[in-house]
Design a binder for this molecule. Structure first.
Ligand code: ZN
Length: 232
């Protein structure tokens, strides 16, 4: 850990309460962060303080795929949403360990929303797309530069995966400082919910935790080797 502020996603800092950790895998966990701009905002994060998905060890990606499948199953069951919008702000792509503007440590987290938002259209207005087959291709595709990863239906409803980079390395610093959530909130016509401090969404958070517990109780999955008995 580094930086003036405690890392939000390092669980031993207590920034994320135990009730917000919905599932614990071997290397990664699924959590319900504050800042529920809509109910159902989730994040998949490693226990270890790694800056971004592009810096994951290769063996973590299979588990990432399993946790994404849990999210997709939950969204289908709870919100009747067929395809999650997954995204990651890979601010740590070129090795930065602290957020320049906020002063907080960079700790990888893949975000998920049960929403219909044209994330590819939004990002393509600002950045250059590098199509990838999935997050496991990020280490190679992002070329040690900051990026935004998007896995979401495009305007035609076709699910696409791409890493978005600044038009040139000279503009990488702008991408490192970019805040995606306010852009998404504005795109969803709820700009006032783009900052978790302004809109923590604590009621939505409580409902989400409840709903996930009900989903988990009804699941018939078996464990991948973790102590949880009911998950794939
Ligand atoms: Zn951390």
């Amino acid at each position: 850990m580094s930086g003036a502020r405690p890392c939000v996603y390092c669980l031993d800092n207590g920034q994320i309460e135990p009730r917000q950790v919905l599932f614990r895998g071997e290397h990664l966990y699924l959590c319900a962060p504050r800042g529920q701009m809509i109910e159902g905002y989730l994040a998949i994060s490693p226990y270890r303080c790694v800056g971004c998905l592009a810096h994951f060890p290769p063996e973590w990606f299979a588990e990432l795929a399993r946790l994404k499948a849990i999210v997709a199953g939950f969204y289908r069951a709870a919100y009747r949403v067929a395809q999650p919008v997954f995204y990651e702000q890979g601010r740590g792509g070129r090795g930065a360990v602290t957020d320049r503007a906020g002063g907080f440590p960079l700790h990888a987290h893949l975000c998920a929303l049960p929403a219909a938002v044209d994330l590819h259209g939004l990002l393509a207005r600002h950045y250059a797309a590098v199509p990838v087959p999935g997050p496991e291709a990020l280490p190679e595709a992002t070329g040690h530069r900051p990026y935004i990863y998007a896995e979401a239906p495009d305007a035609q409803g076709c699910v696409r995966m791409a890493a978005y980079r600044a038009a040139s390395p000279a503009q990488d610093i702008l991408l490192e400082q970019a805040r995606l959530k306010p852009l998404i909130a504005a795109e969803m016509n709820m700009p006032e919910r783009g900052d978790w401090r302004a809109y923590p969404g604590d009621e939505e958070l409580a409902r989400l935790i409840e709903r996930f517990a009900a989903f988990q109780a009804n699941a018939t999955w078996t464990s991948p080797g973790s102590s949880a008995k009911r998950f794939p």
